[in-house]
Design a protein around this ligand. Structure first.
Ligand code: DQA
Length: 144
C-alpha cells in the first residue's frame, strides 16, 4: 500500500491556474496513480485535504503503519514546521512531489521546509511527478 497525499488547493486541479497546474482534475490524477500502482503491484490510496491538522494526522497514520507516502504538501511546503516535524517521524520512504517547479517560480516557493526530512523530491514534471515518485518508491521497496 502507498498513500498519495495532497495538501491545500489541490482539490481544485483542473480549475486552478491551468497554465501552471494543467487541465486535469484531482480525480484524473487519482486514476493515473491507482493505474500506476496496479502496474507496479501496489495498492494506491489518494487523498486530499485543505487542513494542516488532517494532513498531519495522515502522516502519523503512515508513520505508525510503516506506509510509504507520495506527498504534495502544496503551500505547506514553504512554512509548515508542524508538517516537517510529523514527516521526521517517518518509518518508510516519503517522496515530496510538486506539479510545477517551485524553484523557477516566486521567491517564497524556493524554500521547502519538508525537503530535508523527505527521502527525495520530484518537481516540475506536471502530474508525471507523481508517477515518477511511485516508481521511486516501488524501486526503494524492491531494494530495501
Ligand atoms: C505545488 C507548488 C506550491 O508552491 C504551491 O503552493 C502548490 C502546488 C505544486 O505542486 O507545484 O499549491 O506544490
Amino acid at each position: 500500500m502507498i498513500l498519495v497525499l495532497n495538501g491545500p488547493n489541490l482539490g481544485r486541479l483542473g480549475k486552478r491556474e491551468p497554465d501552471v497546474y494543467g487541465a486535469e482534475t484531482l480525480e484524473d490524477l487519482a486514476d493515473m496513480c491507482r493505474e500506476t500502482g496496479k502496474r507496479l503491484g501496489h495498492e494506491v490510496e489518494v487523498r486530499q485535504t485543505d487542513s494542516e491538522a488532517e494532513l498531519i494526522g495522515w502522516i502519523h497514520e503512515a508513520c505508525d503503519g510503516r506506509i510509504p507516502v507520495v506527498l504534495n504538501p502544496a503551500a505547506f511546503t514553504h512554512y509548515s514546521y508542524a508538517l516537517r516535524d510529523a514527516i521526521a517521524q517517518r518509518t518508510a520512504p516519503l517522496v515530496e512531489v510538486h506539479i510545477s517547479n517551485p524553484a523557477a517560480r516566486e521567491e517564497f516557493r524556493h524554500n521547502s521546509v519538508v525537503a530535508g526530512v523527505a527521502s527525495g523530491t520530484i518537481a516540475g514534471f506536471g502530474l508525471q511527478s507523481y508517477i515518477l515518485a511511485l516508481h521511486a518508491i516501488a524501486e526503494m521497496n524492491a531494494t530495501s
